[in-house]
Ligand binder design. Structure first.
Ligand code: 4FN
Length: 286
């Protein structure tokens, strides 16, 4: 996949490939970053690309012409390689918030153009002319769109087959997709008086998976109810499976308690009240 990054600071963007994972993927030929300096398209001897805003107010704006020419130049190359133009993403706080669904969708593209703003942004007519889709990485003030572009390159790249090693990709393909992470532990089994949850030392992989899933669900429900609702919506089958398992465990536990009571009450054989719920039974999942 080729990421074309249109920016006034191309050197800043090139460092995105210094990371071990993306660097390795680049050397394998799985991805490429083409940082293009918008200033090279200024078209004037002063190499200027910004001007004052109509209507007044503080700050400068990136002019339409250099941005448009830079984008057309890159699209011309893309049109030669693939028959269609690439999508143009304008990194902008006004955009749709980037998320994992978008990362997966963008990873299907062969080439992408990421347009980075500086100063007060880019002349709106250039954005219309290049059919820019506005994308934001979150609600905070930044000095430029380069870091957001690098965030998107990182998130999209790791979704490209072969970019992650086997060990790394196994984690993301799990059913945990869309949930926050469960707590994790490494050696020693007791550290600073704190123990690792016993289930993780049990060697029962099915039990461990269920424990982790329940931890993920609980932490997501508590801290990110928005993500929890989305997970329930996107995974009705998993939630139904979970409901059945909890019901099954409840019945097994009920039977065990009944046997326990019978043993305590001696050899008394009266089971006639067993269909009535025992108020001491607490079945609320934690
Ligand atoms: N930012 C806000 C409101 C108004 C302006 C900004 C702001 C860089 C060129 C855009 C910021 C944040 C997430 C690009 C912020 C992003 C940018 C991004 C970004 C210089 C103009 C600017 C209400 C969000 C705080 C500066 C809110 N994702 N303007 O930061 O490019 O992609």
């Amino acid at each position: 996949m080729i990421f074309h990054v249109l920016t006034l600071f191309p050197d800043m963007v090139r460092t995105a490939l210094d990371s071990s994972v993306l660097g390795r993927a680049a050397r394998k030929g799985l991805l490429q970053i083409n940082a293009v300096n918008i200033r090279d398209f200024s078209g004037n001897i002063h190499n200027s690309v910004d001007d004052y805003t109509y209507g007044g107010g503080a700050g400068m704006l990136m002019q339409a012409q250099p941005v448009y020419d830079c984008c057309c130049s890159v699209q011309a190359g893309i049109l030669e390689r693939q028959k269609k133009p690439a999508r143009v993403l304008y990194m902008s706080p006004q955009g749709r918030t980037f998320d994992q669904d978008m990362a997966k969708e963008l990873a299907l593209e062969e080439e992408l153009i990421l347009l980075c703003g500086h100063y007060e942004g880019i002349d709106a007519r250039a954005l219309t002319a290049v059919r820019a889709e506005e994308v934001s990485i979150g609600d905070f003030v930044l000095t430029g769109g380069e870091l957001p572009a690098m965030v998107i390159i990182d998130a999209v790249s790791r979704m490209i087959p072969g970019v992650l090693g086997n060990q790394e990709s196994a984690d993301t393909d799990s059913f945990m997709n869309g949930l926050l992470e469960y707590p994790q532990y490494s050696r020693p089994a007791v550290w600073d008086g704190m123990e690792v949850p016993p289930v993780l030392l049990s060697g029962d992989h099915a039990k461990v998976d269920i424990w982790r899933f329940e931890q993920s669900l609980a932490i997501t429900k508590e801290r990110r109810p928005d993500l929890y609702e989305k997970f329930v919506r996107d995974n009705p089958g998993l939630m139904e499976e979970r409901r059945k398992r909890i019901e099954r465990e409840r019945r097994i536990e009920e039977r065990r308690r009944r046997k326990e009571r019978q043993a305590e009450n001696g050899k008394k054989e009266d089971n006639s009240n067993d269909h009535i719920a025992d108020p001491s039974d607490d079945h609320t999942p934690h």
